[in-house]
Ligand binder design. Structure first.
Ligand code: HEC
Length: 136
């Protein structure tokens, strides 16, 4: 009996160890395209999003969301104008979430990692960047 339970514990550990890389990479490339934004924005959560945006995003996208910044110019980035309601209209919140979380890969836009912003902050960032279209 004892041997069997020791063996099954060992088997479970082995299984978890072998699955870990797969689980991790599934986490790295999540797909939220059809996920509804779970966040109900509050004044506080949007203030936090604005603060993070100022630190991690504004240098490229601009504090006004127009994407006309010195850095974008120097890096020759083609950034869209988020004050135009047409710009993000066809993207779901989940697509924007994934874009922010993953970045572009080619070193143009860095990923906003979980260490910098937990999921709820990224969902709030999505709401925040959409709000540029409300007051161009
Ligand atoms: C170093 C410059 C840089 C920073 C910093 C940056 N971005 Fe971007 N971002 C880009 C570029 C370049 C694109 C366009 C990429 C493409 O079209 O392939 C982009 C595109 C996007 C898009 C896709 C929609 C669109 O307008 O094309 C979203 C959403 C976005 N950024 C959000 C953010 C948020 C939120 C932050 C901060 C957490 C951020 N970005 C920080 C450079 C940046």
């Amino acid at each position: 009996m004892k041997l069997i339970s020791t063996l099954s514990v060992a088997a479970v550990i082995l299984l978890l160890v072998s699955l870990a890389p797969a689980l991790r990479s599934a986490q790295d490339t999540p797909n939220h395209a059809t996920v509804t934004n779970p966040v109900k924005p509050t004044a506080d959560s949007q203030a936090r999003a604005k603060q993070i945006y100022g630190i991690d995003c504004a240098m490229c996208h601009g504090s006004d969301g127009k994407g006309k910044t010195d850095l974008a110019n120097e890096m020759q980035l083609q950034l869209k104008d988020w004050t135009d309601p047409a710009t993000l209209k066809d993207k779901t919140d989940g697509q924007l979430f994934d874009f922010i979380r993953n970045g572009t890969g080619e070193g143009k836009m860095p990923p906003e990692t979980a260490g910098r912003a937990p999921d709820d902050v990224v969902w709030n960032l999505v709401i925040y960047i959409r709000s540029f279209a409300n007051h161009p």
